[in-house]
Ligand binder design. Structure first.
Ligand code: ARG
Length: 584
């Protein structure tokens, strides 16, 4: 149990003791939270203020009775302000916790009580279309959520739901037959296809007879024409190979690649079923789902406000011409995942502009009586330094491959400056870890819902909340152990006395609280902020407390704090898919 959970349990027992039957049975006690200001303690509870009025007491009086009844071995209590209860954890208790951490591979992080099967739907670029910055964010955030959930004991299925059945194939098929450079395709498949798409797109604008020809190719494909299916298959295959190369560089793996096309056969029967069940109906020749009036208008994803009135925005699931849509595929995909994967949870890591789409999908599931932990894990955009959408100098969308290449190139310079004598092979490995780490950490340290500014200099800086800073901190800790003979042995007892020792131990112990909280809210920035704080606390500790020059129990305790810092940094960054080199 984490410290706040233990304190909450003790507080609950005290409440029952003090109030007995007077404790309102509908009252659920809020979890003790981290204190905002260290001067007032480590944790804090506002329970007395929340409850006092209901039980006819004054908050400070109730707080006093509670703290008297508590007599916690974990923390000393103090009452502050209008009735806050502050907890100052006893150094011996932090010591006991760090002793346990030294013996625990999981560093105190418990497995969840109720493991779920979670499908994480992320990355999902579209074949023959550029993988844009939205896909970069999705790729990095989704991978981290998968790692966190697995680490906490959930069964995780990662699925790359690529857009492999869109209308872009009309142009691609025509372009494949008329302008594709086969040599280029072999060399750089993703760019070659993209280039075909761009060229045909431009041609269509000049020559209006072309678009119908492209559409005819698409219709042939959808009708099962053998030649077009063959080309389509080749496009998918080369795209997957190209994408896999990028994912390998990022150390990202998918359990499945069930793209949109995997659900083609399920769409027609699904629409029929929805109509038969009275959930969907015909409107102007199309089949649509309208609001069923379950929500208040302001929360209803099938309504928008126009000129002061609520007007319907149905989800179209079959067009008048018989074609199916993105929403139809997502409904079929959700069915597949709940039925074949037994998913309890499906998390979609997709940009905020698709908010309405997912709200409608989840609401249609509610109408069908399908429930689960379905979440749209949304995120904002990436902006350039000029605060405009992040683009290349020529105005194109930035490709993930280019970002990776440039990051590694820049990281190579950082490593060369720091360690000119490092062997070339190690230098390359470190540059890879630093470059890729920098991109990932820059992404993950942001609140995902806000837009963030892509800034090469900032993300590769050796100071501030960056991957290189944390990697460098790790290297510094590791270098301490290179100076002692026989490596590290854990002491039986930790003796925490100096304020900097206690401050560091306090943060180390908090790791067990931060990891689950990060997954609960799907907010990697919580863990990122914590790791940065830990690295800073380590540096303050290292300045205040000599390690190698100290002796006896003090030395053993301090070395153990160093060791735990290194382990937490490495494991925590590992949950982001970031490698920590031993030297840099
Ligand atoms: N291919 C889509 C896009 O690029 C993202 C797909 C997300 N996943 C889903 N199940 N809709 O916008």
């Amino acid at each position: 149990m984490t410290i706040p959970n233990e304190l909450t349990a003790q507080l609950t027992a005290a409440l029952q003791q003090v109030l007995g039957d007077a404790l309102p049975c509908d009252f659920s006690i809020p979890t003790v939270s981290v204190a905002q200001d260290l001067r007032f303690g480590d944790y804090q509870s506002n329970v007395a203020m929340m409850l006092a009025k209901r039980v006819g007491m004054n908050p400070r009086e109730l707080a006093a009775k509670l703290t008297e009844a508590m007599e916690s071995s974990i923390a000393a209590t103090e009452i502050a302000g209008p009735g806050f209860i502050n907890f100052r954890v006893r150094p011996e208790y932090f010591a006991a916790r760090t002793e346990a951490m030294l013996q625990d591979e999981r560093l105190g992080v418990a497995l969840v009580d109720q493991p779920k099967t979670i499908v994480i739907d992320f990355s999902a670029p579209n074949v023959a279309k550029p993988m844009h910055v939205g896909h970069i964010r999705s790729t990095i955030i989704g991978d981290t959520l998968g790692r966190l959930a697995r680490f906490l004991g959930h069964t995780v299925i990662t699925d790359n739901h690529i857009g492999d059945w869109g209308t872009q194939f009309g142009m691609i098929l025509w372009g494949w037959k008329h302008i594709l450079d086969q040599e280029e395709l072999k060399k750089n498949p993703i760019d070659a296809l993209l280039d075909v798409y761009k060229q045909v797109n431009a041609k269509c604008k000049e020559d209006e007879t072309l678009l119908p020809l492209c559409k005819a190719e698409l219709v042939k494909l959808q009708g099962g024409d053998a030649e077009n299916l063959d080309i389509w298959n080749k496009c998918i295959a080369v795209t997957k190979t190209g994408l896999q190369k990028i994912y390998d560089q990022l150390d990202i793996r998918f359990d499945y690649w069930l793209g949109e096309s995997a659900y083609n056969d399920a769409l027609a029967p699904l629409v029929e079923k929805l109509v038969a069940d009275g959930i969907a109906r015909e409107s102007d020749g199309a089949i649509c789902v309208f609001s069923d009036g379950f929500h208040k208008p302001q929360n209803d994803p099938f309504l928008v406000q126009k000129d002061g009135e609520w007007v319907p925005v149905p989800a179209i699931i079959r067009k008048a011409d018989g074609g199916f849509l993105y929403a139809t595929t997502d409904l079929a995909t959700l069915d597949y995942r709940t039925q074949n994967f037994n998913a309890d949870a499906i998390w979609y890591v997709v940009g905020a502009p698709q908010d309405k789409h997912f709200k409608q999908i989840f609401d249609i599931e509610r109408m069908r009586g399908v429930s689960g932990d379905f979440r749209h894990v949304a995120f904002g955009s990436i902006l350039g330094k000029d605060r405009r959408p992040f683009k290349t100098r020529s105005g194109d969308t930035v490709s993930l491959q280019d970002v990776i290449d440039e990051a590694i190139e820049r990281a190579t310079k950082v490593v060369e400056e720091k360690s000119p004598d490092m062997p070339a092979e190690e230098k390359a490995a470190v540059a890879q870890a630093v470059g890729v780490g920098a991109i990932k950490f820059a992404e993950l340290s942001q609140n995902r819902l806000s837009d963030y500014i892509f800034d090469w200099d900032k993300m590769l800086a050796l100071t501030g909340d960056t991957a290189p800073y944390l990697q460098n901190s790790y290297v510094r800790v590791r270098s301490i152990f290179r100076k002692i003979e026989g490596g590290f042995t854990a002491p039986e007892k930790m003796h925490l006395t100096e304020p900097a020792e206690i401050a560091l131990a306090r943060l180390l112990v908090r790791y067990a609280e931060v990891v689950p909280a990060t997954l609960d809210d799907c907010k990697p920035n919580l863990l990122a902020a914590y790791l940065y704080e830990l690295a800073k606390a380590f540096h303050s500790f290292y300045e205040a407390c000599p390690v190698l020059r100290s002796e006896g129990d003090t030395r053993a305790t301090r070395l153990a704090l160093c060791e735990l810092t290194a382990r937490v940094l490495k494991q925590g960054m590992g949950l982001f898919g970031i490698t920590m080199p031993d030297r840099m």
